[in-house]
Ligand binder design. Structure first.
Ligand code: GLN
Length: 389
């Protein structure tokens, strides 16, 4: 049976799913989709088992377990000095993706525009379109991928309802600076615009940088929904537990959609994460060092083979620049790393409405050291072949 009429006729399966599937078929090292290949903290696994044995197996409250929301509020206080009301400002969601999806459905509708910055994470535009709204896509240009605030101001008009912000930025691997937040606040001042800020890589910022959360900018704090991810912070992307932080009126709107989408999130997982945060209030603090060491390991192993690797400012990814070795064309190059080097990578073109010429692909650094070493060896061999060609 054909559905007759598709609401997303041009949307296929996501690049992450396609690349992971092909990587598996080819027996490649998967540095494509962003997920760790090492073990989680066994204490977290124990706490999940314990929660189930203790009988926490029925519906959790729609907005999230209060113990977990209190833990999140303490974490936000510790990380950013913020005071957030766990009762009406925090909502637990099925990963950050659900928070983003529900936030968009709750806030945007026909006639509205949402500004997104390309390369934009793949879930943003379909969510905006399913809400009946339209995306205005502003490119961040390589190699720096910085914001052009004149262009942002020029794009804002009476229809603008949302700005989808993302820092640390996936897939550009950049981080916003405090000055960017001030520009963003000034650009929307006096207008009925909400910032939906994807901050899932909040703890993966490198070289001594601090994460510039929209929640720390006083004007943005009043009109932003920031979304976070325990999957990233606890090295367990399969948990699918995330959360949104937004002023009470925005959180109330989010919850109206969330309650009819996933209703509530796995009870034993929420119990376990709440207990884990209570035992380890500093959760996330070691992550910059942990991931920076992985980034630098990969960079040093690929230092002299012809690729260049401009140090990622944040996220658990690192860009590989192949511009010295072959002509631009990131999709074709990603195909070569997969089929010739047996290393799965992610091109950036699919994240642009109108891709510029690109000579970079994204590598995931959230991998065991030996996985990174083996991938670097294979990529270095590819570089050697390209250099001779
Ligand atoms: N966030 C992951 C990445 O950027 C992808 C998650 C997914 O496959 N939906 O690689």
């Amino acid at each position: 049976m054909t559905p007759g009429r598709s609401k997303l006729p041009d949307v296929g399966t996501t690049i992450f799913t396609v690349v992971s599937r092909r990587s598996g078929e080819l027996g490649a090292l998967n540095l494509g989709q962003g997920f760790p290949d090492y073990d989680i903290d066994p204490r977290l696994a124990e706490l999940v088992g314990q929660a189930m044995r203790e009988g926490h197996n029925q519906y959790a409250p729609m907005e999230g377990l209060i113990e977990l929301r209190e833990g999140i509020a303490r974490k936000l206080a510790l990380s950013y000095g913020l005071s957030v009301d766990p009762h009406c400002e925090i909502t637990v969601t099925l990963g950050a993706t659900e928070a983003i999806y529900c936030g968009i459905q709750a806030l945007a509708g026909p006639g509205d525009e949402a500004i997104v910055f390309d390369p934009a994470y793949d879930s943003y535009e379909p969510a905006v379109r399913l809400a009946g709204a339209r995306c205005v896509r502003l490119p961040l240009m390589p190699p720096q991928f910085r914001y052009d605030w004149d262009r942002v101001r020029a794009a804002i008009n009476a229809h603008t309802r949302l700005i989808l912000f993302n820092s640390p930025h996936n897939p550009a691997c950049t981080t916003a600076m405090a000055g960017d937040l001030d520009e963003l606040a000034a650009a929307i001042r006096g207008r009925d615009i909400v910032v939906l800020s994807d901050e899932v890589y909040e703890h993966m910022v490198f070289d001594g940088r601090a994460h510039a959360s929209v929640l720390t900018q006083p004007e943005l704090r009043e009109r932003s929904m920031a979304v976070f991810s325990f999957g990233k912070t606890l090295h367990a992307t399969g948990l699918r537990v995330g959360y949104s932080v937004a002023p009470a009126p925005l959180s109330a709107e989010l919850r109206k959609v969330h309650q009819f989408n996933t209703f509530s999130i796995a009870n034993p997982l929420q119990r376990a994460i709440a207990a884990y945060l209570a035992e380890r209030p500093q959760t996330g603090r070691d992550l910059p060092g942990f991931f920076q060491a992985k980034r630098d390991r990969l960079r040093s192993r690929l230092a002299h083979c012809g690729f260049s690797l401009p140090p990622a400012q944040g996220t658990f990814f690192q860009l590989l620049d192949f511009g010295e070795l072959c002509p631009p064309g990131d999709v074709a190059f990603a195909e070569r790393t997969l089929t010739e080097a047996k290393v799965a990578t992610i091109p950036l073109s699919p994240f642009y409405a109108e891709p510029p010429e690109l000579s970079v692909v994204r590598l995931c650094i959230a991998k065991r050291d030996d996985t990174l070493d083996r991938a670097a060896e294979r990529l270095a061999q590819l570089a050697q072949r390209l250099g001779r060609a």
